[in-house]
Design a protein around this ligand. Structure first.
Ligand SMILES: [Zn+2]
Ligand SMILES: [Zn+2]
Ligand SMILES: [Zn+2]
Length: 140
């Protein structure tokens, strides 16, 4: 797991102590999946100074659900935040269907769409309702 800490120390460092907390879950096929949770490393840099770094991973998805107990859903297209599988969705307009988090979703009755599709769809639905209302006296 050196590369994890190389991000902070650069490639020339001499690790003195590295420690990592991991979370192991089983994937759908029963293979263990290792997720780093927290880590700490003490390292001697090229200039001879001792550096210590602590890493803590996001414990919660953007929707507020805990990473430890929720499945990952996906990355939102407009804002690039990660939501859990329950709160992550796609725009309901088939020609768009971009991935959406809860925050970037607009609700039209019980349909979730992106902000780009919201206005056109809202107008279309309003037109349909109007048409239905206008036809009602004739259709009974
Ligand atoms: Zn969630
Ligand atoms: Zn978003
Ligand atoms: Zn859309």
């Amino acid at each position: 797991m050196n590369s994890f800490f190389d991000l902070f120390f650069g490639p020339g460092h001499t690790p003195i102590r590295e420690q990592m907390d991991v979370h192991i879950t089983l994937d759908g096929d029963g293979h263990p999946r290792i997720e780093p949770l927290d880590g700490e490393a003490v390292s001697l840099s090229e200039e001879g100074s001792i550096k210590k770094v602590s890493v803590s991973r996001d414990r919660f998805f953007a929707c507020g659900c805990a990473v430890a107990t929720s499945q990952i859903g996906g990355m939102c297209n407009p804002c690039r935040k990660i939501s859990c599988s329950i709160h992550h969705t796609r725009c309901a307009v088939p020609s768009c269907s971009r991935p959406l988090c809860l925050e970037c979703s607009r609700f039209l009755e019980d349909v979730r769409v992106c902000s780009r599709c919201y206005e056109p769809l809202r107008r279309q639905l309003a037109r349909q309702k109007l048409t239905r209302a206008l036809l009602r006296p004739f259709t009974g």
